[in-house]
Design a protein around this ligand. Structure first.
Ligand SMILES: [Zn+2]
Length: 539
């Protein structure tokens, strides 16, 4: 009883000092909704500089543009922070492909990143290789030996075409209000569930069997050794969607030229081959590696604080993208929203007590690498902190597409979520339902989890899905056209107000005490492969 009274008193204290400034909120809302620059920013990051694959010249140009833009807006200390990516940059300069027999037609495909060029224009007949399912090493070795002659000098389709059935239940665009209120209800024992789940792609093989990634690596080596002209993967998605990821070795010598062909073209070739037809194909692909890209760059800029300038509120998202579109929803819009939220605060002439720092990351798509390097360099961990660890209030992250913000999850005790909930409450009319605490230090999904992992208050903004998982996420359709400007402006409003609020409180967000800090997950439970890094191209 005594304990619960003390808790109640503590909760009252938290709320007592958390009167949100309604007049500032009104000004933030007006600037964000009526004088928004978010669509100009996303236009530059996508149309002018996209795609922004980590280590590519495009990425570096985009990062430099952000530095220039922040400086023009009046931010301080805008700069690039280098970190070691460890792989060369890569870019596709041009690519075309066509079917030349039994009928001529263009093919629609994307090139797999970090694969080599074809040797000029290559022409060959299509062959299909159906790999054994979950083979042991002995079965795999025997299969590769038996089929060597089949792939020599050929254009090789990997497996039968996936049959993608017509979808009669369209994906949700908005999340249900009732469901979202439950998710962020502090009295709901299941509050906080949702958002990023466990990482996909961390496929476990049965004992004695090869993983999909191991099979893939051996197939690539085999195709290179037997001088196959080209490898073709099935995109296996509806409506011409293509997800092209990367050669996981990042070494151009270890993979054949590889494309991910839209399912419609892959299926057509598959059916013609099944008729016994000879299918002639022709490709010309020119890719370049950039050794200089082994150094990658995060982008940072600041609005200096006043009496608490040594304490920092961060906000950001990843600036890098995959390469088959301009990376609008993943994550030019997230980067643009965070830049815009900070711009709105500065444009109103507001002077925060704490320093507000915007940070955009590289290398997210290859495993949350840029933010991990930053957290390691600046903060260390709760168990092994660097001096800056004490002064980081929290980090707001956004990375789920164009949808409006519906809530936030914060790594920390319930009191931390209560503070954010109060800061977001005035924006219920924009669809924001609240905030929920999280205790997970597992990494995966997006950059805020690197802050959680270190024991710092990572804040993940939760959004409406719109067309994200169903159409744009990592696909060739991820372009400027898919952005919903009104949703982006609403998200900016709520984020700017929340950032402003925490940057001016008397105290930083409460953290877990030493006794309550969740332990680091065992290494096995923290997959090296994240939700945004696939094991096999074209999945
Ligand atoms: Zn992303």
């Amino acid at each position: 009883m005594k304990k619960s009274l003390a808790l109640l008193a503590a909760a009252c204290l938290v709320f007592a000092q958390d009167t949100v400034d309604q007049s500032v909120n009104a000004r933030i809302r007006q600037e964000a909704m009526e004088h928004s620059q978010v669509m100009h920013t996303v236009h530059m990051l996508t149309d002018r500089y996209g795609p922004r694959l980590t280590g590519s010249p495009n990425y570096e140009a985009a990062a430099n543009w952000v530095v220039k833009q922040l400086t023009e807006w009046g931010f301080q200390n805008a700069h690039l922070e280098p970190w070691d990516f460890g792989h060369p940059g890569w870019m596709n300069e041009h690519a075309y492909g066509l079917m030349t027999a039994p009928v001529r037609d263009n093919l629609t495909f994307e090139v797999l990143a970090w694969t080599p060029s074809t040797k000029g224009v290559v022409r060959g007949n299509a062959v299909q290789v159906a790999l054994p399912q979950s083979p042991t090493q002995d079965e795999m070795t025997a299969f590769l030996a038996e089929n060597e002659a089949k792939v020599k000098g050929k254009i090789v389709l990997m497996g039968k075409a996936t049959v993608v059935p017509v979808n009669f239940s369209p994906a949700a665009m908005r999340r249900d209000d009732k469901q979202i209120k439950e998710q962020f209800d502090p009295n709901n024992p299941n509050a906080g569930r949702g958002g990023f789940g466990p990482g996909r792609g961390a496929t476990q093989a049965e004992p004695g069997k090869l993983t999909a990634a191991q099979v893939n690596t051996q197939v690539d080596a085999w195709l290179v050794a037997n001088k196959a002209l080209l490898r073709i993967n099935d995109a296996a998605r509806e409506h011409g969607q293509i997800r092209a990821f990367n050669n996981r070795t990042f070494d151009l010598a270890k993979a054949p030229p590889t494309v991910v062909l839209r399912n419609e073209d892959y299926g057509r070739i598959d059916r013609l081959l099944a008729d016994g037809e000879t299918v002639g194909l022709q490709f010309d692909i020119f890719n370049q590696a950039f050794p200089k890209g082994t150094t990658a760059y995060n982008v940072v800029g600041e609005l200096p604080g006043s009496d608490k300038a040594g304490e920092v509120v961060m906000l950001g998202g990843h600036l890098d993208s995959w390469h088959s579109a301009t990376g609008a929803t993943d994550n030019a819009i997230g980067s643009s929203m965070m830049l815009e939220a900070a711009r709105v605060i500065h444009a109103l002439g507001l002077k925060p007590r704490r320093t507000i720092r915007v940070a955009l990351w590289a290398g997210e798509e290859e495993g949350l690498l840029g933010s991990a390097a930053y957290v390691k360099q600046h903060f260390g961990t709760f168990e092994n902190p660097k001096p800056e660890f004490a002064g980081l209030d929290c980090y707001f992250n956004i990375d789920s597409g164009t949808g409006r913000v519906r809530g936030a999850s914060v790594f920390g005790p319930p009191e931390a979520a209560a503070i954010l909930r109060a800061a977001l409450a005035p924006f219920e009319d924009l669809g924001v339902a609240g905030a929920a605490p999280s205790t997970s230090r597992a990494t995966g999904g997006t950059d805020s989890t690197n802050f959680n992992h270190s024991g710092l208050a990572g804040i993940g903004m939760q959004q409406d899905p719109i067309e994200y998982q169903s159409a744009t996420w990592h696909t060739n359709l991820d372009t400027y056209e898919r952005i919903v400007p009104e949703d982006a402006k609403k998200a900016v409003t709520a984020i700017a107000a929340a950032v402003w609020h925490v940057a001016n409180r008397n105290e930083m967000l409460p953290r877990f005490s030493k006794e309550k800090m969740p332990p680091l997950p065992p290494p096995a439970a923290a997959p090296a492969v994240t939700t945004t890094t696939p094991t096999v191209a074209g999945r």
